[in-house]
Design a protein around this ligand. Structure first.
Ligand code: SF4
Length: 369
């Protein structure tokens, strides 16, 4: 059995560690690329949301390297993600790939089914080994998310433009050559030290932007056309609202105990959206309010064309923009999105935010405060 899984930002790094610790033979999907998207678009329904097309591309590229089993996380929510697995299975079957799918739904208290599904793809029948590997995978997720946070801080301040991303590119290459938790932990630790050591220019003007929207789009650089790099190099310090580490902690460890890390966010969203409508629309609204209250300069929402929950969130965000006087930019991506137009919109938005910041500072000076 050779197991593969979606690439999905840095999530693949933790899944790789989890399976290596369990002794499972894996095929890590190649980095998402134009070819991945072309393959996915060719075989997926035209109007389906972009993450499914990328997944199909990832899976076919891994099948070409020998994968025969696919691991997917599931969702019981009301958006299309709930039937991604079935749809993907049918698409692959139609083109002649009879692949075994293992669906890891959030356990919702039923840990037995959850662990049994992991048993299905591992050689071990030792639940303690599985729990240990899950804990190590989760730790790695937090560690790589921390690398992203350091990169968000350093990018707008780096003296030599490009240094942060050269280092991260190198990290992504080396990830494929290390094996298991210990080696990955060491690689992440070394990369963190190098990132922290990048020289800063104290004279650079930095503005703060909250990145909100559909989770897959905001965590996968290929899908969002490297928005983090683009904005960072324009002088923007980002904060990304959604992280896979938090999503996993929430669904794997906290929900079954009736706990949540997102209570404050749901409270912030309540005046605008009272209920969960699928995807992360409620989080998009809640984080938008949170960032506005914390004095961020602007908000950028990104979502895939036809994403139902984010379309609803988009219809609410102009009200938040008005209520809190915070500029907001919405970017919708699909396989036809062109880099030049996308970058121009980002540049114009950043110019606007910088100008607003200057005007606020001038007004402060004139009023004597
Ligand atoms: S959240 Fe949006 S993009 Fe993601 S699966 Fe649901 S509808 Fe598709």
């Amino acid at each position: 059995m050779k197991v593969t899984f979606p690439h999905m930002g840095n999530q693949y790094i933790a899944t790789k560690v989890l399976f290596e610790e369990l002794g499972v033979d894996i095929i890590v999907p190649p980095v998402c690329s134009k070819e991945t998207l072309e393959i996915g678009t060719k075989y997926s329904p035209e109007s389906i949301c972009l993450p499914l097309k990328i997944n199909i591309g990832n899976f076919i590229e891994s099948i070409q390297q020998g994968a025969d089993t696919i691991l997917m996380s599931g969702s019981c929510g009301p958006c299309r993600f709930g039937y991604y697995t079935m749809l993907q299975k049918e698409i692959l079957q139609e083109i002649g790939h009879n692949i075994d799918f293992v669906l890891l739904d959030p356990p919702q208290g039923d840990y037995k089914t959850f662990v049994n599904r992991i048993f299905h793809i591992t050689n071990t029948k030792n639940p303690y080994k599985i729990i240990k590997a899950l804990a190590q995978g989760t730790k790695v997720l937090y560690q790589v998310d921390e690398l992203d946070d350091i990169a968000y801080y350093k990018r707008p301040r780096q003296r030599k433009i490009g240094e942060v991303d050269n280092l991260l590119e190198q990290f992504q290459k080396e990830v494929r050559n290390v094996k298991g938790y210990k080696e990955m932990k060491q690689l992440v630790g070394e990369t963190k030290e190098k990132l922290m050591a990048i020289e800063e220019d104290p004279n650079k003007e930095v503005i703060k932007v909250g990145l909100i929207g559909e989770i897959y789009t905001i965590i996968e650089p290929f899908v969002n056309l490297n928005v983090e790099k683009k904005l960072g190099e324009m002088g923007v310090e980002l904060d990304r609202s959604l992280k896979v580490s938090r999503w996993l902690t929430e669904h794997l460890y906290l929900h079954p105990l009736g706990l949540s890390m997102e209570k404050d966010i749901i409270k912030e969203a309540k005046p605008y959206m009272k209920t969960m409508i699928g995807g992360h629309a409620r989080e998009t609204i809640g984080y938008a309010v949170k960032y506005a209250k914390e004095g961020y300069d602007g908000l950028v929402q990104i979502y895939p064309f036809t994403c139902m929950p984010e379309i609803v969130a988009q219809s609410i965000l102009p009200t938040i923009e008005k209520d809190f006087d915070i500029p907001y930019l919405c970017l919708i991506v699909d396989e036809l999105t062109g880099d030049a137009g996308y970058s121009t919109r980002l540049e114009a938005f950043v110019d606007l935010l910088k100008r607003r910041r200057e005007m606020k500072e001038d007004a402060k000076l004139l009023s004597g405060y």
